[in-house]
Structures are given as C-alpha cells and as structure tokens.
Design a protein around this ligand. Structure first.
Ligand code: ATP
Ligand code: MG
Length: 286
C-alpha cells in the first residue's frame, strides 16, 4: 500500500499536547516542535501538518488533509462539509452566554434587542433563533470578555472551561449554548486505501480510550464468597479465578470500568475481598 494519510493538527494551543499524546499512545511516532510545519511518521503511513486550528476544517474539506483534530465548536461554527469520525474526549469546554455580574438575569429573553459580542456568530445566531430572541451579534475574533467593560456589548458568548476568565472580567455565566470536545474529522471522499488507514488509526484510538476508562483488578477472596464477588466483577468475558497457596482462598483477576469500580468497591470489600490491587491498562482490544 503506497497511500499516506495526511493529518492536520493544531500547531500550538489547547488541542496540541493531547493530540500529540494520543498519537504517541497509538504507537505512531513523529517529530513536532518549534517551527515545524510538517512531519512524516517513522512507523505509520502518515504525514502530519501543524496549523492554526481555524484552518483545519477548511484544509480537510479541500482535501489538503485527509483527517484533522479540531474542537467541535470550531467545526460546527464553520459548518464545513466534513465528517466527524470520532469524539476524542479531551479539550472539553462549553460555549456560554455571560453578562456583567450585577445584571438581574431573568432568562434568555433578557437579551432581546441587546448587543452580544462573540467569535461564534453562527452557533449563537442559531441558538437565539431557536429561543425566539432577536439580538444584535457583534463578531469579534478575540478578547471577547472585555466587550461589556468597554461598552461594545451588553453580553458575550464565549468559550468557558473553569470560568475564571469570566470572573476576572466581572462577568457571570448565565446560559450554556453548546458543549464541545476535540473531534477527529475526515474529508468525506477518502479513497479505499486511505479509508483503510483511517480505520486502522481509529481502531488504535478506540483501544487507547477503552484502556483509559478501565482498570485491571486483582484481589484475594475467600472461596465461600467467590460467587458474590465475581458477580460484581464481570470482566471482558468473565473473571479469572485461581487458587491461592492458602487453602480456602482464591485470587480473582478482572477488568472493570473505573466508575463501576468505585460504585462496587464497598460491596466487594463487604463480601470479604482482601489485598485489592487496581492496575492501569495500557491498551484494551475488544
Ligand atoms: P490557534 O492559534 O490555533 O488559532 P486558538 O487560540 O484559536 O488557537 P485555542 O485557545 O488553542 O485556540 O483553543 C483551541 C480549542 O480548544 C478551542 O476551539 C476549544 O475547542 C478548546 N478550548 C478552548 N478553550 C479551552 C479551555 N479553556 N479548556 C479546554 N479546551 C478549550
Ligand atoms: Mg484559532
């Protein structure tokens, strides 16, 4: 196979580190760093382009890149005809409306006839239309949060994660209009060789994500409690149970979703389990 997948990543910003880390965990090696615009992987048929995030949906639409990683907020705002092939679970944030802290907020109707500053005129425009609110949208490309204090707008609609930027600009978040995370996008017309490579990459990404959400559990259990304990540890197929050197005891090995682990741990201990080890999993193939 001679095809090479071209993958567009953000050069430097809030998506970059986690994107690079994801490929590392997928076993795909490439160099990145200061000033580099392009890099070829040494062990996977892929070439990486390092770009401003705003340019990524357009490059993927035009076929300059086959795949790209971008925030869902940017992809939806730009409305390019690219396909979302997978949600990646990092760079989580929300697009919210915020108003000066002293505002007596009574609901979205408060914005009727007001000026709202944002870098997301389409997402905001659609939301206001759905809510039946007519307002003036001022599109600005950055530092949106200072708009109210300089008299440009009565409200803003901007990306929030912790809310500290809003707070330090005297604003309060009143309405979330969109929730975003990093997504893997693809051009809609990948040929069959590139589609096969994209599928190979996706398989690796899913294995890495599954491993992150699961833990390997090892514990000692008295034999009389084995049925009760193994019922709480279903595993990928079923738990492994092997006898310990001490009579009447067994070692139980299983895989458990981390949330389920915390929910079940009290019941597992109450049933008599001892010496519980929780071990990270590197890759998980279903
Ligand atoms: P570029 O220079 O590439 O144009 P940028 O300044 O436009 O970068 P970043 O601030 O790096 O963009 O944000 C990139 C994406 O990361 C956003 O579109 C959003 O999806 C997500 N993001 C933004 N702010 C946060 C945050 N505080 N926490 C987590 N994710 C965020
Ligand atoms: Mg940008």
């Amino acid at each position: 196979m001679s095809s090479v997948l071209r993958i567009a990543l953000q050069k430097s910003g809030r998506l970059s580190e986690d994107s690079y880390q994801l490929f590392k965990e997928c076993g795909i090696r490439f160099d990145y760093g200061t000033g580099k615009l392009k890099s070829v992987s040494s062990n996977f048929p892929a070439e990486f382009l390092f770009l401003r995030d705003d340019d990524i949906p357009g490059y993927v639409e035009d076929g300059v890149a086959d795949l790209g990683i971008v925030g869902e907020n940017v992809a939806v705002e730009m409305g390019r005809p690219v396909q979302t092939i997978h949600k990646l679970g990092f760079s989580k944030c929300r697009l919210s409306i915020a108003v000066p802290r002293g505002t007596d907020w009574t609901g979205i109707q408060h914005l009727e006839g007001k000026n709202i500053a944002t870098s997301y005129p389409n997402l905001l425009g659609n939301y206001l239309a759905e809510q039946g609110v007519r307002a003036e949208i001022h599109e600005i490309s950055g530092s949106v949060e200072i708009a109210p204090s300089i008299g440009l707008a009565e409200a803003v609609c901007d990306i929030v994660s912790s809310g500290s930027t809003l707070l330090s600009n005297g604003l309060k978040e009143v309405e979330t209009i969109f929730r975003s995370e990093a997504i893997l996008i693809a051009r809609p017309d990948l040929d069959s060789e590139k589609q096969a490579l994209a599928d190979k990459l996706l398989f690796r990404i899913k294995s890495v994500q599954a491993a992150k959400n699961n833990k390997y559990i090892v514990l000692n259990a008295p034999n009389h409690a084995l049925d009760q304990i193994t019922a709480l540890l279903p595993g990928m197929k079923s738990p492994t149970v092997t006898p310990l050197a001490t009579t009447g005891w067994s070692s139980v090995h299983s895989v458990l979703n981390e949330n389920e682990f915390w929910e079940n741990i009290e019941a597992i201990r109450a049933a008599g389990a001892e010496g519980i080890l929780v071990i990270p999993i590197e890759k998980m193939i279903y």
